[in-house]
Design a protein around this ligand. Structure first.
Ligand SMILES: [Zn+2]
Length: 746
């Protein structure tokens, strides 16, 4: 078998490499033209003369790109029937090409998985996402005529940028047995020839050519070239504020997983979501001690609900500019694998498909039906029958080349097994990602409901029992956006009234956390309530037999004073600094505090600790982004009223980035020993190193490419020390190593 080490491209455009794609332009008038030269089902006679002219390799190709398999197996030859027996019924061409990044519509002459009106390749291709080209060769020959295995090649070139050379796609499977296209099973990865075009090249307009060859009677016979012009859709990076959960309860202690675990776990989403990559805007550690096995209290149960509320409070306290996601290490007792909705979610390290679902909930996706799932999405297509979460089309893992088959694979938004993604969820997520929380959506929400100015909102978390009792959990108010999160409507509503009982504002409550139901013992809400100046009371209309629940809003807010900082503010600071403050409130009130930090003079704030009962906190500046305009803030809250105080401005020095590597968890069914997938990042509180500056290297095979995610196909057998290196942000570099044993072909 030929050895092909995938070398991911340098992430800066290469210069000075000129490779000619030999003379194809003479055969096809191609540039800028969509080339369905051979429509599915059509056949063209073999043009041996053309094939001979097109034979590889041209002299201008480098050695690494030459085709090495021109050698003829003499034993195989002895079985081959002499060319004189070749009859006119010999047909060898390509039925079509499927361009897939996760899922795709393609109607081969054999596989028609579901009845639909979709055209081939109708699922949009996403910019900078790895792309698999499945080539469907069609070989028709007399029954007694022997032929070798079919091999192929795929070449591609960007046509929207001048002077780009043709490049050869990475081979995912080497060869396939010759057969009529009408017998190709899309569910079998090895019935087609599969190639990968690295994410770096998946952008703009890409012309892709394929050709196959087969050895017949000692001679290579070639198909005509088949070309397509592909274009890509730009989808924003998915914005995440990552929270590693430090868990401590009843003697079970699990330290917070590092950011590299987020990157490794989210590789499943890189593959199945219509996106190229994540932007982890921040990483911090949160503390949690809830009981995740307690299923009482509705939704995901009391423990998960508490974690969800904690994340919602963090989401609100940081200005709603990104999704918030928490990961925990495995080994914490739990009933469920995750929980999510309302732009936040949580799950465990390594559970990529669960993260895909919870983050889908966070962006407003409901469940795919079937397998006793709660709240199924009524608009999910009936690919097979109404109660099925079947993915409806063939899926493809671009790293391993594994095919997901509609008959036994189900959408990750549901509870059924062997999860992958359906075209329905995939296309819907494109829109969801475009509307994800970001500074742009925050700006837009300010102008919703005639609040075109910065408005103080009360961010209130509360529960409502099935008999209408209201249970206030936590709250704080600050200037910030209203709430744009999606959710299912309920019969419950909330009103703001002035002192005379006039309604100032009202809102129907929605269930933002996706696993809640109207039939639960409790429903949980996290709302942004505008604190209009005349406000006097909150009125909850939640179906209580005694009528609405009225809660007066105290006229007076608590007071808070921060002690002067104990360091010389003229010097850049690092390490741990103590922050102390005092609070005062009414006789029967209780104050909790939130500590926030800014490094841009108060433009953006990041919560460091929520709902603190104490009045001091040790701030570790080494875990915070640097800057000259840094301040700390204490928000003291009596639930319905909040006051804040800030320190003077000071400078914080930059913490060097540190490289780390995590192995990408393998699906239990993946038996691909040839693909090594690793996730790495060079984390600093000032942000991770730019993906394009991160490099992977193997002690045996040398440079493996760049990025935070490595796919290494066909590494040389032996022990590889794989290193990941990146700039540390302060003039040096940082690197991490991971040892992997690659077993030889057995
Ligand atoms: Zn769910």
């Amino acid at each position: 078998m030929e050895k092909q080490i995938e070398r991911q491209p340098a992430c800066k455009p290469e210069v000075g490499i000129e490779k000619q794609f030999l003379r194809t332009t003479e055969f096809f008038n191609l540039e800028g033209v969509a080339l369905d030269i051979v429509p599915p089902g059509a056949v063209e006679p073999l043009d041996t003369e053309a094939a001979a002219t097109l034979d590889m390799p041209p002299s201008t190709l480098t050695k690494a790109e030459t085709i090495e398999n021109n050698a003829v197996d003499s034993e195989a030859l002895s079985y081959i029937i002499p060319p004189t027996i070749l009859t006119p019924t010999f047909i060898f061409n390509i039925e079509g090409m499927e361009a897939t990044q996760a899922t795709q519509f393609y109607t081969s002459s054999h596989s028609r998985p579901a009845s639909h009106d979709e055209t081939d390749n109708a699922v949009p291709l996403i910019e900078r996402k790895h792309l698999v080209i499945r080539v469907f060769p069609n070989l028709v020959k007399p029954w007694r005529q022997a032929a070798g295995a079919i091999q192929g090649e795929v070449w591609f070139k960007r046509t929207d940028v001048a002077g780009q050379p043709y490049r050869k796609a990475i081979v995912l499977n080497g060869s396939t047995a010759g057969r009529r296209a009408a017998t190709i099973d899309r569910g079998n990865a090895n019935h087609t020839l599969n190639f990968r075009i690295p994410d770096f090249y998946a952008r703009g307009k890409l012309v892709v050519y394929s050709r196959c060859k087969v050895l017949v009677a000692g001679q290579w016979k070639y198909t005509p070239w088949l070309g397509r012009l592909l274009s890509f859709v730009r989808v924003p990076v998915v914005r995440i504020r990552a929270h590693g959960v430090h868990y401590h309860r009843n003697g079970i202690l699990k330290a917070a997983p590092p950011l590299s675990d987020f990157i490794a776990t989210s590789v499943y989403l890189r593959k199945t979501w219509p996106m190229s990559r994540f932007n982890f805007l921040s990483y911090d550690v949160i503390h949690f001690a809830g009981d995740l096995t307690n299923t009482a209290g509705g939704g995901c149960g009391q423990g998960w609900n508490a974690l969800w509320r904690q994340l919602r409070a963090l989401y609100n306290a940081s200005g709603q500019d990104a999704n918030h996601y928490a990961l925990m290490k495995k080994g914490i007792p739990t009933t469920y694998g995750g929980c999510g909705g309302g732009n936040v979610g949580a799950s465990f390290v390594g559970d990529g498909s669960i993260m895909a679902q919870e983050l889908g909930h966070a962006l407003g996706r409901s469940h795919a039906p079937g397998c006793d799932v709660g709240g199924p999405d009524p608009s999910y297509p009936h690919y097979t029958h109404p109660q099925s979460a079947a993915i409806g089309e063939f899926g493809m893992d671009y790293a391993t080349g594994k095919v997901y088959t509609p008959s036994n694979s189900n959408d990750f938004m549901g509870y059924c097994g062997n999860p992958w993604v359906s075209p329905c969820t995939y296309r819907a997520l494109i829109s969801d990602i475009n509307h994800q929380p970001s500074p742009i959506t925050v700006e837009a929400s300010r102008c919703a409901k005639n609040l075109c100015h910065s408005q103080e909102h009360l961010y209130l978390d509360f529960g409502v029992s099935s008999n209408g009792d209201v249970d206030l959990q936590s709250g704080f108010s600050m200037e910030g956006p209203g709430d744009n999160s999606n959710g299912g409507p309920t019969k419950h509503s909330i009103e703001l009234q002035d002192g005379q009982g006039r309604v100032l504002w009202a809102k129907r409550l929605v269930l933002k956390e996706a696993h809640q139901s109207h039939d639960d013992s409790h429903t949980w809400y996290s709302e942004a309530i505008p604190m209009l100046s005349e406000v006097a009371r909150l009125v909850f209309k939640c179906g209580h037999a005694d009528g609405p629940t009225i809660i007066d809003i105290p006229k007076k807010a608590p007071t808070v004073n921060i002690e002067a900082l104990k360091f010389d503010i003229s010097e850049a600071q690092s390490g741990t600094v103590p922050l102390k403050w005092t609070t005062q409130c009414g006789k029967d009130e209780q104050v909790t505090s939130i500590v926030r930090y800014t490094n841009d003079g108060g433009e953006t704030w990041r919560p460091l600790v929520m709902a603190l009962g104490e009045t001091e906190y040790k701030v570790n500046l080494d875990q915070l982004p640097s800057g000259k305009n840094c301040k700390l803030q204490v928000m003291a809250s009596t639930l319905l009223r909040t006051t804040m105080a800030e320190t003077e401005m000071f400078a914080v020095s930059r913490t060097p980035a540190q490289a780390m590597i995590s192995p990408v968890p393998q699906d239990g069914q993946t038996q691909q020993s040839e693909v090594v997938e690793l996730a790495g990042c060079a984390y600093s509180p000032d942000g991770c190193a730019d993906e394009d500056d991160c490099r992977w290297n193997s002690s045996l095979d040398g440079d493996l490419g760049c990025g935070e995610y490595l796919i290494a196909n066909n590494l040389t057998p032996g022990e590889h020390v794989i290193s990941f290196s990146a700039p540390d942000g302060v003039g040096g570099s940082t690197h991490a190593e991971y040892t992997v044993q690659v077993l030889g072909q057995g």
